[in-house]
Ligand binder design. Structure first.
Ligand code: UD1
Ligand code: MG
Length: 465
């Protein structure tokens, strides 16, 4: 792959072809009733082409502006452009904005005199007696825009983080601020804070329980968790984008199961899953474009901006689509990585600035990175580390007095290397993709099969049973 900042002739032709075909499809959708799903697929094609070219073109510009990072797992630690996720984020946000008329095309037509005949609508008596605007789904547009606003906020704050390298304890809260627009609109628009109670507990608390403000705390927690969790499972080429793509594709698959003909229409969940698809498709487009440049050996880094954007996309679709629990089932590796990291995050065990696996220049392989203990840990921490070592959940090195001098950093990447031994960077990335996919499929099976043990029915069969 070239890193000169320009597209090769073959690439240019292929991308042009993709843009041409997608553009043609997009124009065609306007003639029917808007066909928003088809329009969204076409926009995804355009977003891919634009994202791919812009990342290539802007790489050298970012490098010159000092937005760069050292690739730690390469012999010479080359400097490559960082924060390239911001470029994809802009393309993504623009695709979401351009999509608005397509999503609401049918409603816009219905809100006018019927054929999109606007002159009729502006007549004063129509305005006074109420034109058909009441048919327009303002609620849906409001939640779409609130999702967009939250995504925009997270991108702005993410770029700030990439530029200023904000400290961890401060930046964890970035997504919390970004989630405010979405939560506010949720409050004024849906306000639904009831949850279905699992069958065994229904005898005690009834079928539904209203969580009130606790539900808002829960949604804020999801919005804080997802972006940070993706940012924490990072540090080897391609891993941030690859895990996001796997989650997005699995979510898309889950959404598709709620569409006709799999689930007969009308179904109460169809609209919220369509909503999710509209957010996910262009995200998949720009992420795939970014992955082409970020996969091993990386030509660009994605930056925290991308990690936050990805996590926020998932939080937005999970919260506004009302399937945040399903979402969390697709985050099993990230949840494990977070829980496993907590001793370092809470400074019970020292946490170096970087915990990514260590490159061995002699073998060309990645091995575990370690935390050094210049002063031996307290007896309690030492006992815990010895136990983790015995359970093969970490590796420690002791000196001749039996004191711990080194312990592996507590991340899923290091743990995998403890289990599997040193390996090449791209192999480790592939392993993580497989783990993410396997856990995700398992999560979806739990959601649609095992959940029947504690709930009356899967909501896909709502109204049919
Ligand atoms: C998070 C992790 C940190 C990890 C880092 C790697 C926590 C608490 N923090 O920090 O342990 O080291 O992500 O991204 O878990 N890099 C590579 N190869 C890659 C990707 C990144 O060498 O494929 C290096 C580059 O030097 C790059 C830097 O990581 O500049 C980016 O780190 P940054 O995103 O700023 O780290 P954090 O998100 O703060
Ligand atoms: Mg990061």
């Amino acid at each position: 792959m070239n890193s000169s900042g320009s597209l090769s002739r073959t690439e240019a032709w292929r991308l042009l072809l993709l843009v041409g075909a997608s553009g043609g499809i997009l124009v065609n959708t306007v003639q029917g009733d808007g066909a928003p799903l088809v329009a969204s697929i076409a926009l995804t094609g355009i977003a891919f082409a634009l994202g791919f070219s812009m990342v290539r073109w802007l790489g050298p510009v970012f490098l010159k502006a000092g937005l760069k990072g050292k690739d730690m797992a390469k012999p010479r630690r080359p400097e490559i452009p960082e924060t390239m996720g911001a470029v994809c984020a802009v393309v993504y946000l623009l695709s979401l904005i351009v999509f608005i008329p397509f999503a609401f095309y049918k409603d816009i037509v219905a809100a006018t005199s019927g054929g999109g005949n606007r002159d009729v609508v502006v007549e004063v008596h129509h305005v006074e007696t109420g034109r058909y605007l009441h048919r327009f789904p303002h609620g849906k547009l409001a939640s779409y825009l609130s999702g967009l606003l939250s995504l925009q906020s997270v991108v702005i704050l993410g770029i700030g983080d990439d530029l200023l390298d904000i400290r961890w304890r401060h930046k964890v809260l970035i997504p919390a601020f970004a989630s405010i627009p979405m939560l506010i609109v949720y409050f004024v628009d849906f306000g639904v804070t009831q949850v279905v109670v699992p069958v065994p507990l229904q005898r005690y608390v009834g079928d539904f329980v209203d969580l009130g403000w606790l539900y808002y705390m829960y949604m804020a927690a999801v919005a804080i968790f997802c972006p940070n969790a993706i940012n924490m499972l990072a540090g080897i080429n391609g891993i941030e984008v690859a895990q996001s793509l796997v989650i997005a594709v699995l979510l898309l698959f889950n959404d598709a199961m709620y569409l006709a003909p799999v689930t007969p229409y009308p179904h109460p969940a169809t609209d919220s899953h369509l909503f999710s698809i509209y957010f996910l498709l262009p995200f998949i487009g720009v992420s795939a474009a970014l992955l082409c440049h970020n996969w091993y050996p990386s030509k660009v880094f994605v930056g925290d901006t991308y990690c936050y954007l990805a996590g926020m996309v998932f939080a937005v679709v999970g919260i506004l689509g009302h399937f945040s629990k399903t979402l969390l089932l697709l985050f099993i590796p990230q949840i494990f990585n977070f829980l496993y990291s907590t001793p370092q995050l809470f400074k019970i065990i020292p946490c170096p600035r970087h915990r990514l696996p260590k490159f061995n220049a002699v073998t060309g392989l990645l091995d575990t990175s370690v935390t050094e203990w210049p002063i031996p840990p307290s007896p309690l921490v030492a006992a815990a580390l010895h136990l983790l070592h015995k359970l093969r959940l970490a590796r420690i090195t002791t000196n001749e007095d039996g004191e711990i001098v080194e312990s592996t950093n507590l991340t899923i990447l290091n743990l995998w290397l403890v289990w599997m031994g040193p390996m090449k960077e791209n192999r480790l990335a592939w392993h993580m993709v497989v783990v993410q996919t396997a856990c995700g499929i398992l999560g979806l099976l739990v959601r649609h099969r095992l959940a029947l043990l504690v709930f009356h029915h899967d909501n896909r069969t709502f109204g049919l049973v």
